[in-house]
Design a protein. Structure first.
Length: 165
């Protein structure tokens, strides 16, 4: 019995450290879905609670990244489905934050990304905003690697069409 408790404690400690080290990434993902600071924080908090309650299901602590991103993305999608407040609004952009970037291009990209179907948007966000490998995205979404590659290719094609218009 002590061995099982020790394993759970190790998982919990690893999970807590992972959350602390990557909290900004989690917030960015949630924010991309809801476009609201408070709602994004709520999603991250709810995801952490879900993760802690399901820590026993994590078989290998080396797989914590795709495991938690799955929880975070599913929580974000559920929140957007259930939320009456959710509307797609282009965020207020501070010129101080984007000194080296073309603001109009950022707005166009964000609007185009918001217009993508959820499965395409998620793949693009994980690949390019979170710098995840295709194999990790496949684990996170519980999809075949070729499916992820196809969705990514299709999403980029749709984004190009959207931005060119």
């Amino acid at each position: 019995m002590k061995l099982l408790n020790l394993g759970k404690k190790i998982k919990e400690k690893t999970f807590k450290n992972y959350i602390i080290e990557n909290k900004n990434s989690f917030y960015r993902i949630a924010y991309k879905y809801v476009r609201n600071e408070q709602d994004a924080l709520d999603i991250v908090q709810e995801s952490i609670l879900k993760g802690l309650s399901k820590i026993d299901k994590l078989e290998n602590v080396d797989c914590i990244k795709p495991w938690f991103y799955t929880i975070l993305i599913n929580t974000s999608i559920d929140y957007t489905r259930k939320s009456k407040k959710y509307t797609q609004i282009v965020e207020k952009i501070s010129t101080d934050t984007y000194i080296d970037r073309d603001i109009e291009t950022d707005i166009d990209i964000q609007m185009a990304l918001d217009n993508l179907p959820k499965e395409y948007k998620t793949v693009v966000m994980l690949r390019y905003f979170e710098d995840m490998k295709i194999s990790d995205i496949a684990k996170t979404l519980d999809e075949n690697i070729n499916t992820v590659k196809t969705r990514l290719y299709k999403a980029l094609k749709l984004l190009k069409i959207e931005i060119d218009e």
